[in-house]
Ligand binder design. Structure first.
Ligand code: PGA
Length: 253
């Protein structure tokens, strides 16, 4: 059975004190509100990870994720953070290939293949993001576009390694815009992604991979999105910055 996941991508938001407050609120709320089989992943800015790790001690339902990592293990790469560093402080997940990284920092499918390798080597669970921009959706080419992203970044991996990945489908036109994909659009793309994984790695592997939807997930649309057969949770940006909204989304499974 694949895991249900609600992951919060804080992006470049929250000071340390604000981040601690948000984390404490989420911790307190999930105690009696969230099903035991739902995994919560908080992805704050790098510099908050160690402090929040201390706060979360003993709370196994909540894991920490980073928003990125370097494709290198160590060395002269000023300003970068490596996968071994993340592992050394107890981080379990890492978002890779978010559309903002692809767009503003020029991250290519090939670079992301390297980042996936190093994340997996260091026992991090990558949350691999894919998704098409508006112009591609308008031409109805989203399937080809996303298939190419997945093929170029994932298909060098062994079956064992691919089974350790979480995929997040995030149509770029829905990120931070308040415009959510319809349930039909989300389900169609998720099913397409799972089919592509099936073709390459077989049914069992594909059935066990969690595929999250991202793009303006809110408390009032999460239930219908998460009810789709191939949607296993969400990668949540804006709504993860408010504890009540984030926990309400996590309750929607
Ligand atoms: P959003 O962001 O929920 O604010 O649309 C999602 C994401 O970028 O992961």
């Amino acid at each position: 059975m694949r895991r249900k996941i609600a992951a919060g991508n804080w992006k470049m938001n929250k000071t340390l004190e604000e981040g601690k407050a948000l984390t404490s609120e989420v911790m307190n709320m999930i105690e009696d509100e969230i099903r035991d089989d739902v995994k919560i992943v908080l992805c704050p800015p790098f510099i908050h990870l160690t402090t929040l790790q201390g706060l979360l001690k003993g709370k196994n339902q909540i894991s920490l994720g980073a928003q990125n990592c370097s494709e290198h293990a160590s060395g002269a790469y000023t300003g970068e953070i490596s996968a071994p560093m993340l592992q050394s402080i107890g981080v379990e997940y890492v978002i890779l290939g978010h559309s903002e990284r692809r767009e503003y920092y020029g991250e290519s499918n090939e670079l992301l293949a390297k980042k996936l390798n190093i994340a997996l080597e260091n026992n991090l669970t990558p949350i691999f993001c894919c998704g098409e921009p508006l112009q591609i959706r308008e031409k109805d080419m989203q399937t080809e576009y996303v298939r190419k992203q997945i093929q170029a970044s994932l298909f060098h991996l062994s079956q064992n390694d691919v089974a350790r990945i979480v995929i997040a489908y995030e149509p770029i036109w829905a990120i931070g815009t308040g415009k959510t994909a319809t349930t039909d659009q989300a389900q169609e793309m998720h099913a397409t992604i799972r089919k592509q994984i099936t073709e390459k790695y077989g049914q069992e592997t594909a059935n066990n991979i969690s595929i999250l939807y991202g793009g303006s997930v809110k408390p009032d649309n999460a239930k219908e999105l998460f009810a789709c057969m191939d949607v296993d949770g969400g990668l949540i940006g804006g709504a993860s910055l408010k504890s009540r909204d984030f926990v309400d989304i996590a309750k929607s499974f």
